[in-house]
Design a binder for this molecule. Structure first.
Ligand code: SF4
Length: 265
């Protein structure tokens, strides 16, 4: 990556953190000496400021806690066998035509990330970029999700990401109930294999089909639900946050609940 691209990416990350109300950054290699680099009121980020190499400190994700004694459907898959178990689910899906969404898709978007992740994000469905690349959350909303993950002190490779439906709905419409119910059987299999300690539902569609009931997002946010042995936190979809950035602070509150459940600072 070129220096310019690096600083641009860093600037985007710092801007996102400021949107969230995070103003404390730390110099790498001096973890004990916190250096406040920004006043409470966001100022334009200068290249010079960035070139001071102020970086958000990446957090090492703490070890997996003992999961509650609530067996996953189909039993617990040993950590070493999880990658192969996910491959088996992908093979079972095959060149799927189980629902109408197969007709317009380019690529099935199965899921991405660490098969042993402690944290899993679930979105609604692929968009145009995801449909083209076959990976979840790689467009603009995906960039924002990456920033959200970074703000939590994690790397994208440390989490697992999937959607309710694995094929792009036409014009990015909300999946029909039949499509969501047909496809989510595979998502639940993925959840049972990964067995994350914390699931984060991104948006109302994800929350609805994970929980099996439709409720207003405002009624679901701000508390911890239980799902298949995992803690479930509900927050806004990154695509919604792109349309209404004022809600980023609310989303950050939700992510802080997830962080507390994971023991992250
Ligand atoms: S959305 Fe899911 S169930 Fe429908 S065709 Fe795609 S993979 Fe199959």
């Amino acid at each position: 990556m070129s220096d310019a691209a690096y600083y641009q990416q860093l600037a985007a990350r710092i801007a996102y953190c400021r949107d969230l109300g995070i103003f404390d950054f730390y110099r790498r290699g001096e973890p004990a000496a916190a250096v406040e680099v920004a006043p409470p009121v966001a100022e334009p980020i200068t290249l010079a400021a960035i070139q001071e190499q102020v970086e958000i400190q990446e957090q090492a994700i703490p070890p997996r806690k003992t999961l509650p004694a609530q067996p996953a459907v189909g039993g617990v898959v040993a950590p070493a066998k999880r990658p192969a178990a996910l491959v088996a689910i992908r093979e079972e899906i095959g060149d799927c035509t189980r629902c109408a969404l197969s007709q317009g898709r380019n690529k099935i978007v199965f899921g991405d990330g660490d098969p042993n992740a402690r944290l899993m994000f679930v979105g609604e469905g692929p968009g145009a970029d995801e449909d083209a690349q076959g990976l979840p959350f790689v467009g603009r909303a995906g960039q924002l999700l990456n920033n959200m993950i970074s703000a939590m002190g994690l790397k994208r490779e440390q989490v697992y990401i999937a959607n309710i439906v694995k094929c792009r709905p036409p014009q990015n419409r909300v999946p029909e109930p039949e499509e969501a119910h047909t496809c989510s059987q595979f998502l639940f299999q993925q959840i049972d294999v990964v067995r994350p300690e914390v699931l984060v539902a991104l948006g109302s569609t994800a929350a609805t089909y994970l929980m099996g009931a439709k409720s207003p997002l405002t009624a679901l946010r701000g508390r911890v639900h239980e799902l298949r042995g995992s803690k479930l936190i509900v927050t806004y979809h990154p695509a919604f946050l792109l349309r209404d950035p004022r809600q980023k602070k609310e989303a950050w509150k939700d992510l802080q609940i997830a962080m507390a459940e994971l023991g992250l600072k």
